[in-house]
Ligand binder design. Structure first.
Ligand code: ADP
Ligand code: MG
Ligand code: ZN
Length: 477
């Protein structure tokens, strides 16, 4: 039955920009804080105040648009979207209606079925975020700290056809946005949120009526709400019913969606031009100046890693999965580390500590200089790789410690002193004549016994390379 239907999904993605101040006032744009402490008369909607546009918010939106292949508008303007809700004290949201900053563009990604796919973007516009309602103890309070935070809205065409692909697309979009550096894109902090428009239709038929599920804040809830809504619509149609165009909410704890209100249309908002803000005019030079600030994106880095550093496609993909990791890798190589050794250490040891439990994000707490210093200590034979992995790296993580100082503090410096190692070997050989004879009569496996004894005698500090060399020389007799 489900197989007779095609699912169609279009997304509206809201992304908070990481500017220092808010979009129309100089209040700080920082996550959290005591409620209503990052507010002023402008972002609290007092009458008679005037907005002043934060140019960085415009530049960040254009930067994201360029990274996503959009056409940048040479002329765009601001509009008031009027509605009443307690999280928006002005009773209108300053947004962009008919002349947004960016149009077109799109995202190429690997679908959940392994196929190469492309989702077209319809537009990207800039607007102000609203406050946050906090429901607790039977009352509702409002925190206006988020009011006026610059919010970029990315609207896709209805090009997605499965819940899994919606997540694969979002993963790639989030990755690109994080590379550009315009947003933290942290779904759990609300800096990336998504509305899902979904319809079902008989295969080959015209598009069905869609519903819009608001404010999903994790990939998991996007996936589950899409599945839920597709099934609900198909069951409705199969039982002779009709899908009503409406706005819905998703209850993640209960795992179910519910209708919120009939879908409003553009005219319900009585959009009209914002009289207090000048239109935004962009010259070709402005656009090129912004384009020059876009760092190397994922594919560019994959190409470089495989061609110049001979990393496998698999390793290159892992390292570029998050820009924070790719930046750590680039920085470590720039400090002089061997790319393959840096890659191995990052993929194993760094990733283990950097993955935040229960989150899609990584948190890197080591600098390229520290990482390259650790690898160079191994390279120079000062410490073993195992000692770095087990002892030094965990102590350096999250601190500004110099790895060489940690080595000394822990007394982990390897001994390359051949004379000292020879003396230890001779002593052990004298005390274990029988085993020496075993070795000399052909049982060379017993060498591991001697390695163990030497390491014990030197408290694990003897360089294994030197130990092996001395042993094979002296045991031969
Ligand atoms: P509105 O202005 O009412 O929000 P839009 O035309 O801007 O409507 O579309 C909003 C979102 O809905 C877009 O992401 C678009 O791709 C998606 N969409 C439009 N029609 C459908 C449909 N029939 N099924 C699924 N998604 C759709
Ligand atoms: Mg919409
Ligand atoms: Zn303010």
């Amino acid at each position: 039955m489900t197989a007779d239907y095609e699912i169609t999904i279009g997304l509206e993605i809201h992304c908070e920009l990481k500017t220092k101040s808010k979009i129309f006032c100089s209040c700080p744009n920082t996550f959290g804080g005591e409620p209503n402490t990052h507010c002023c008369p402008v972002c609290s909607g007092f009458p008679g105040v005037l907005p002043v546009l934060n140019k960085t918010a415009v530049e960040y939106t254009v930067k994201a648009g360029l990274a996503l292949g959009c056409d940048i508008s040479r002329y765009s303007k601001w509009d008031r979207k009027n509605y009443f809700y307690p999280d928006l004290p002005k009773a209108w949201q300053t947004s962009q209606y008919d002349l947004p900053l960016c149009r077109g563009g799109g995202v190429a990604f690997k679908g959940a079925d392994g196929e190469d796919k492309f989702v077209r973007l319809n537009r990207i516009h800039l607007e102000e975020d609203a406050g946050k309602l906090i429901h607790e103890g039977g009352v509702t309070r409002v925190d206006y700290n988020r009011c006026g935070v610059p919010l970029m809205e990315i609207v896709t065409e209805p090009d997605l056809h499965s819940p899994e692909d919606a997540v694969a697309f979002l993963t790639e979009l989030k990755n690109i946005l994080k590379y550009t550096g315009v947003s933290d894109v942290k779904m759990q902090e609300g800096s990336l949120r998504c509305d899902v428009n979904l319809s079902v239709a008989r295969k080959g038929g015209p598009l069905g009526t869609r519903t819009e599920t608001k404010n999903l804040n994790s990939f998991r809830s996007v996936l589950r709400s899409c599945k839920y809504e597709a099934e609900r619509q198909i069951e409705l149609l199969e039982s002779g019913g009709e899908v009503v165009q409406e706005t819905r909410r998703w209850d993640d704890a209960a795992g179910e969606g519910s209708g919120m209100r009939g879908k409003e249309n553009a005219h319900d908002y009585r959009y009209f031009p914002e009289p207090d803000l000048m239109p935004v005019v962009m010259s070709d030079e402005d656009i090129e100046r912004i384009r020059a600030t876009i760092p190397a994106l994922k594919q560019q880095r994959i190409d470089k890693y495989t061609a110049e550093y001979n990393l496998s496609d698999y390793d290159a993909a892992l390292i570029t999965a998050d820009v924070a990791i790719a930046d750590l890798f680039d920085g470590t190589v720039a400090e002089g580390a061997n790319p393959k050794k840096a890659a191995n250490f990052i993929m194993g040891d760094v990733m283990r500590l950097a993955k935040e439990p229960g989150s899609e994000d990584v948190n890197i707490k080591i600098t390229p200089a520290q990482l390259s210093a650790m690898l160079s200590l191994v390279e120079q034979g000062v410490v073993s790789l195992v000692a770095v992995q087990k002892e030094i790296f965990p102590k350096v993580w999250g601190t500004d410690a110099d790895p060489a100082a940690v080595v000394d503090k822990l007394g982990l410096r390897q001994s390359n002193d051949t004379a000292e190692i020879e003396a230890a070997v001779k002593e052990i050989m004298a005390a274990n004549e029988k085993v020496v004879n075993d070795y000399r009569s052909g049982n060379t496996k017993v060498v591991s016994f001697f390695v163990g004894q030497v390491m014990k005698a030197t408290k694990g500090k003897a360089n294994p390379k030197v130990v092996n060399e001395v042993l094979s020389r002296l045991l031969k007799g």
